[in-house]
Design a protein around this ligand. Structure first.
Ligand code: AMP
Length: 218
């Protein structure tokens, strides 16, 4: 199963990608997670990416394309993958097509998650993240048991710098300008499925797993 999750920041792509990856036994490739890991480890790539990320801007295509190309070659992708947060620009989408073609593979489906702008802002501004294991919580909708530490690993939760109000506005504008055109790009290639991402996590997961069931590896 080779799928892409498309949609604005905060629509729930990452949460659902974790669950789909576990259920369908495929790799989850999140460029946001890979970039945050590089920032944490202060690698040259992380140092280059950090200022773009803090401001809510996109990291240059060449950087993310390299990251994804490496990951797609991993044995973990043998059974398939869910791409979360990639591609985000037309050149990234073209390059993904090239990489897959060079491996004689193709995408099965692109799922476009739809959530209203108001809900996205509420989800992002209340989000709290674990810097260690990447688990996410929400101050109102999915609080951690203690309120400020991760239920999974005990680390102190943080608010991502790009989940602050000014960065959220930038991310939504960048999404409209650079990423939303990919909806048309994949619709033209008969790969697009729309998904209402506005309900509870379990309800969205149920719809999504039904949508993706035909692509489960034999
Ligand atoms: P995310 O966790 O997917 O919201 O990504 C967090 C940040 O990482 C984004 O706001 C961008 O700065 C950067 N990023 C993640 N994926 C990409 C991508 N495909 N292209 C460019 N920048 C990205």
């Amino acid at each position: 199963m080779r799928v892409v999750f498309l949609g604005a920041p905060g629509v729930g792509k990452g949460t659902q990608a974790d669950r789909i990856a576990a259920q369908f036994k495929v790799a989850k490739i999140s460029t946001g997670d890979l970039l945050r890991e590089a920032v944490r480890n202060q690698t040259p790539l992380g140092l280059e990416a950090k200022s773009f990320m803090d401001q809510g801007k996109l990291v240059p295509d060449s950087v993310v394309i390299g990251l994804v190309r490496d990951k797609l070659g991993d044995a973990a992708c043998a059974n398939g993958f869910v791409l979360d947060g990639f591609p985000r620009t037309a050149p990234q989408a073209e390059e993904l097509g090239n990489v897959l073609r060079s491996k004689q593979l193709r995408l099965d489906r692109v799922v476009n998650f739809q959530v209203s702008r108001d809900d996205v802002i509420k989800r992002l501004s209340g989000r709290r993240s674990c810097p260690k294991c990447q688990a996410t919580f929400h101050v109102d909708f999915a609080p951690s048991k203690t309120g400020d530490t991760c239920d999974r690993c005990g680390e102190a939760l943080i608010q991502r710098s790009d989940d602050r109000r000014e960065a959220i506005e930038t991310r939504l504008r960048v999404y409209e300008e650079q990423t939303a055109p990919l909806i048309r790009y994949y619709a033209d290639r008969q790969l697009l499925s729309e998904l209402d991402g506005s309900g509870a996590v379990d309800a969205v997961f149920l719809k999504l797993s039904q949508l993706l069931a035909p692509y489960r590896a034999a």
